[in-house]
Structures are given as structure tokens and as C-alpha cells.
Design a protein around this ligand. Structure first.
Ligand SMILES: C[S@@+](CC[C@H](N)C(=O)[O-])C[C@H]1O[C@@H](n2cnc3c(N)ncnc32)[C@H](O)[C@@H]1O
Length: 440
């Protein structure tokens, strides 16, 4: 990238250096290469499978809602049918610590969606027995969990996450226990892996996208050298497969493995340093990349998996990403695009989940596919393609790979001023490297 730290915000490259030519548009080629490979749809290959999958997701939602209700009742709330209180009154009764205020509101929203409470302005009204026999719901919980596991045994890990979080809620919500200690006990990622391991199919899609792009570029231009930059690479849930796929072309590539956290960068260097074409650098995408030593306009492909939603202002974040890219460069995002109760109950414990300051899906930092489309178009990305392993309407997709290309118009980083406060790291430092196949 060549730029030195401390250069003026938005500066492109040193005087006298020729502008980098536009990258060819390859969106159509990438989409065709990926979609026509049969294995993309192999998991959810038939409508029967899809219906079964959706039933399981709905049943898991129900189990989450009843489990949450049961937890509230164990803390002494929502025990009387028709009981009336206020949000503040309930928050005080449960002694919710100030840092969990947004989570508390989101949880009330979940209980209201389930019909267990009615929210009327500031009033919180526990359901009448005639609407919902709450005790009966709680009594049936164990049986519903068993039925869910009989039907879909690989949900056991998700139920383990749910139980671990809700068991700790009385202590965590009141600020007496650190949520990191619950989600990453002893610094271990094993519990959270239960959520991430379900993302393998979408990660495989990311690998196919990047691989198809690089192959096409190199086939078209024997002189081409391709630069890729990954934002928030973490412990490499996506990078692992991408780097393995790119290895045969390594002498014509440069891959910047970056993350906000230096411990993740170090982890990446240890785990993936064997790929000679990879460099490991720190990058906070909430701040101007140029001020962090990254040159403007040189990257062909920006990759970001499960990270951009964790920033405060999506417009600013996307502007920073675009500033790194050549005109026509490809943005490849992997994002959760539909909220599930389990995400709120688990990730909602983390401060970083609530760092956002702009419009998101209600009660979460996530954006739906249409919201991503609008956000990317607003900052000058065009031609969005949406890929998924699920044959569903795009506003219903729970995980999506989103592709768009930079229109090449110069970005105005002064309008995307950096936040005054440093960004929040949403996860603890990774534990020492372990076997490659386990994490995500
Ligand atoms: C949920 S993890 C995803 C890691 C990896 N991309 C994956 O899919 O396995 C989110 C990552 O984004 C990083 N992150 C959070 N905020 C960031 C920021 N402002 N700039 C760059 N990285 C950030 C975190 O440190 C963490 O490693």
C-alpha cells in the first residue's frame, strides 16, 4: 500500500505516482461462475428441505422467547397475569445495569412480539391468562427443546449458547458479571463457535466468489497483479478458505489481512503466515485508512465478513472501504441480514453489538439486504448482486453474500469524519492458535 502514517486525510498517493487504472467489471462473470456451480445449493436443494429448515428456525425462535420469559420470571418479573408497570419500573426492579439498557429494550421488544407483554407507550403490561398462559408455556419448554433436538439434532450447540447466556442473565444484566466471561469462558471461542459453525456454507460462497474473481482477472490479463484486502479478518473464519484457494496464484497476488485488534493480526500472522503473499496489518475501518498508512485506490477486492455492521456509521465505514479501492474494484461482504432472537440474547450482551448510531433492523445492529443495497449505492457502489445458499426472497435471507463494485468516483473522506471516541472491540483477544479446522 506504500502510504506512510500521518498523511493528510483523503490524500490519494504521492505526487508523481500515476493513477491506478480501473479494474475491469467482473460482477457478471463472478456471479455466473458461483451460481452455476451446483454445490452452492446442495444443502438446501429442495423445497421440502427449505420448509423443514424454516420450521426449525421458527421453533428455535419460540424456544428462545419462552426461555427468555422463564428467565424474567425467575428474576421476579412478569409473574402476575395482567400486571402493569413501566419500562423504568421494570428496569429498576430487575436492577438492569446502565450498560445493558439497549439490550433490555430489545428483550422487551422480543417479549412483546411473542405476545407475553404489551407495550403501550411507557407501560409494560403482562399478558392476561386468556391471552397466554405464561406458566403453561414455561412448563412445556423442556419438552419443546427435546422435540426440536429430535427433529434437528445439530441445534444442540445453539441451545447450549441460549442456556449459558440466560443462566448468566441475572448476574450479567445487573452488571455483576462480565459478559465476555459468559460468551468466551476462559478466553475460549468454543461456545460461540456453535453459532459460527452454521456459517460454513456462506463462508464457502465467499471463497468461491474471491476465487472466481482472481481466476478471471488473471486469465484476462497475464500481467495483472491483484491486491486483496480483508477488513476485520479476526481469527480467519473466511480467510482460511480464501487463502487456501488463492495459494496456487500466490506469486501474482497481494493479500492484506487486517483487523482492528492487534491480537487478531498477530493470530493471523501465526496461523496463516505460511502463505507468502499475505501481509498482516492493523486497520480500524471506522477511521480513514489513509491516516493509518493505507494508500487510496489500490485494492482490487475488499473482503469483509461479519464485521461492517459492528461499526457506528455504515455510510462512513463503506466510504472508508471504497477509499481503498480501485475504480471498478469488487466489494465482497458476508453479513447476517435477518435478526434471530438468539443473536439478540447472546451477542446483545456485548457492548460492540450496540455501538451503531444509524438506522438498522429494529433492535439490532444488522441491516437487511435492501438496507445494504441502499447504503452501498449511497456511497457509490453499483450493481449489487446478492448470493445465498437459500432460495429465498432477498429480504428474507438470514445470511447473504453481497457483491458490488466501486463506481470510481473520488470519495470525500472529510464528510465521513472519524469518530472522536476509539472504536469498541466486540470480542476478546483470541486464544493461542489451535487446530485449523475448528474455528468457524
Ligand atoms: C465477528 S468477528 C468476524 C471475524 C472474521 N471476519 C470471521 O468472519 O471469522 C468481527 C471482527 O471484526 C473486527 N472489528 C470490529 N470492529 C472493527 C473495526 N472498526 N475495524 C476493523 N475490524 C473491526 C473484530 O476485531 C473481529 O475480529
Amino acid at each position: 500500500m506504500g502510504a506512510r502514517p500521518g498523511r493528510r486525510r483523503g490524500a490519494a498517493r504521492p505526487a508523481g505516482r500515476p493513477p491506478v487504472p480501473a479494474a475491469p467489471s467482473l460482477l457478471a462473470e463472478v456471479e455466473e461462475a458461483v451460481v452455476t456451480r451446483p454445490r452452492v445449493y446442495e444443502v438446501e436443494s429442495s423445497l421440502t428441505d427449505l420448509a423443514a429448515y424454516q420450521d426449525t428456525v421458527a421453533e428455535l425462535s419460540h424456544v428462545c422467547r419462552v426461555s427468555l420469559l422463564s428467565t424474567f420470571r425467575s428474576m421476579g418479573a412478569l409473574c402476575e397475569a395482567g400486571e402493569r408497570t413501566t419500562r423504568d419500573g421494570l428496569r429498576d426492579r430487575l436492577a438492569v445495569a446502565p450498560q445493558h439498557g439497549r439490550l433490555f429494550d430489545a428483550l422487551l421488544g422480543l417479549l412483546a412480539e411473542a405476545g407475553y407483554v404489551r407495550l403501550d407507550g411507557d407501560a409494560v403490561i403482562t399478558a392476561e391468562v386468556t391471552e397466554h398462559d405464561l406458566q403453561a408455556e414455561v412448563d412445556q419448554l423442556a419438552a419443546r427443546k427435546r422435540a426440536l433436538l429430535e427433529r434437528a439434532p445439530d441445534n444442540d450447540g445453539l441451545l447450549a449458547v441460549l442456556d449459558a447466556c440466560l443462566r448468566a442473565y441475572p448476574q450479567v444484566l445487573t452488571g455483576r458479571r462480565d459478559p465476555l466471561d459468559v460468551l468466551f469462558p476462559g478466553g475460549s471461542f468454543d461456545l460461540m463457535d456453535q453459532i459460527y459453525k452454521n456459517q460454513q456454507q456462506t463462508n464457502a460462497l465467499m471463497v468461491q466468489v474471491v476465487d472466481a474473481y482472481v481466476r478471471e482477472r488473471l486469465a484476462r490479463d497475464p500481467q495483472a497483479r491483484v491486491t486483496l484486502l480483508e477488513i476485520g479478518a479476526g481469527t480467519g473464519g473466511t480467510s482460511r478458505g480464501v487463502l487456501a484457494a488463492l495459494e496456487p496464484h500466490g506469486d501474482r497476488l497481494r493479500y492484506l489481512y487486517t483487523d482492528l485488534g492487534s491480537s487478531f493480526v498477530q493470530y493471523g500472522a501465526k496461523e496463516y503466515g505460511g502463505h507468502s503473499f499475505v501481509e498482516f496489518r492493523q486497520l480500524d475501518v471506522e477511521r480513514s485508512p489513509q491516516e493509518q498508512g493505507f494508500a487510496a485506490g489500490e485494492v482490487d477486492v475488499v473482503i469483509a465478513s461479519n464485521v461492517l455492521h459492528a461499526t457506528r456509521d455504515i455510510g462512513r465505514t463503506l466510504t472508508h472501504a471504497k477509499s481503498l479501492m480501485r475504480p471498478g474494484g469488487l466489494l465482497a461482504l458476508f453479513e447476517i441480514t435477518r435478526l434471530h432472537e438468539l443473536l439478540t440474547i447472546a451477542f446483545g450482551l456485548l457492548e460492540g453489538w450496540w455501538a451503531f448510531e444509524d438506522e438498522r433492523l429494529p433492535g439490532s445492529p444488522l441491516l437487511s439486504v435492501p438496507m445494504w443495497r441502499r447504503a452501498t449505492e449511497r456511497v457509490g457502489f453499483r450493481g449489487m448482486r446478492v448470493l445465498s445458499g437459500m432460495p429465498l426472497r432477498e429480504d428474507r435471507l438470514s445470511e447473504s453474500v453481497l457483491l458490488a463494485e466501486s463506481d470510481g468516483a473520488p470519495v470525500d473522506l472529510t464528510r465521513a469524519a472519524a469518530p472522536a471516541v476509539p472504536a469498541v472491540t466486540p470480542a476478546p483477544a483470541p486464544r493461542p492458535p489451535r487446530s485449523r479446522s475448528r474455528h468457524r
